[in-house]
Every structure is written in structure tokens, then in C-alpha cells.
Design a protein around this ligand. Structure first.
Ligand code: CMP
Length: 140
């Protein structure tokens, strides 16, 4: 299996409920390694750039408002097939449809406030990681 990196965000609904440690425990229990991590408040510009692919969606404004509403924890996760492995661990975008035991089924509130983000593909992961981390901040 290929060792890969993916980008993760612990979203404002999760930092507000003080469950960043609970999420990190689920990540580490799954075998993924947190090789970079920082807590920050996204600017509107950062959120709009990050979610640019969703600019035309009806929920874009709401998404940017939410992602700038409080602190987030941005992370780089490393492991076997990390992109797919983290998507499995997160569960479906809508927590109501997520499989039991996943982060979103366990912790998330709604499709908008769904506690975590994970990259959808390896090339997206590279771009998302580069938006928030420089090379020497990632230590595997
Ligand atoms: P994420 O994986 O961060 O990528 C895009 C986000 O848009 C997604 O998680 C959801 O939080 C959000 N999203 C997707 N669909 C909707 C929706 N119908 N209403 C509000 N937010 C949505």
C-alpha cells in the first residue's frame, strides 16, 4: 500500500464543543499519523480560496460564514492510502447518512456543521496542504 498524505480540518462546531482531542484519538486509533497540526481562525479570504470549487453552490455563503465563525484545527495526516482511509473514518458528508463509528456519525450535527473536512483526492490534498503548511512544518 502507498504511504500518502491528506489534509484535514477540525471545523468550528467541533472546536466549540471541545472535541478536538476526541477526533485526534479516532484519527490515531485508525492508524493515521498527525504529522502537522495548528489551530487558527480562518480569514474570509482563506475560506473562500479553500472552498473556491463550491463558489457556485447555494450553500457557499453559509459555508464561508461557518468556517470563519470560530477556531479550526488544520492537519496533515499520513498513512496507507490516507485520502481514502480518512474519508472512510469521517463518514458521509451528511452525518445522518454516515456509518456508525465514523467521526461524523459520532460527533457531527448537520451537513453544514459536520465537524471535519478531508481531501477528496491526492492532488487536492497536495494543494490544500500547501495552502496552510510550509514544508518544514510537516514532520513525519
Ligand atoms: P467539506 O468536506 O468540508 O466540503 C464542502 C462542505 O460543504 C462540506 O464538507 C459540507 O460541510 C458543506 N456542505 C455540503 N453540502 C451542504 C449543504 N447542502 N448545506 C450546507 N453545507 C453543505
Amino acid at each position: 500500500m502507498a504511504i500518502e498524505r491528506t489534509f484535514s480540518i477540525i471545523k468550528p462546531d467541533a472546536t466549540a464543543r471541545n472535541v478536538t482531542g476526541a477526533i485526534n484519538a479516532m484519527i490515531e486509533k485508525s492508524g493515521l499519523r498527525i504529522v502537522a497540526q495548528k489551530r487558527l481562525r480562518m480569514t474570509r479570504e482563506q475560506a473562500e480560496t479553500f472552498y473556491a470549487v463550491h463558489r457556485q453552490r447555494p450553500f457557499f455563503g453559509e459555508l464561508v460564514e461557518f468556517m470563519t465563525s470560530g477556531p479550526v484545527v488544520v492537519q496533515v495526516l499520513e498513512g496507507d492510502n490516507a485520502v481514502a482511509a480518512y474519508r472512510d473514518l469521517m463518514g458521509a458528508t451528511d452525518p445522518a447518512k454516515a456509518t456508525p463509528g465514523t467521526i461524523r456519525k459520532t460527533l457531527a450535527k448537520s451537513i453544514g456543521e459536520n465537524s471535519v473536512h478531508g481531501s477528496d483526492a491526492a492532488d487536492t490534498a497536495d494543494k490544500e496542504i500547501a495552502q496552510f503548511f510550509s514544508g518544514n512544518e510537516i514532520v513525519g
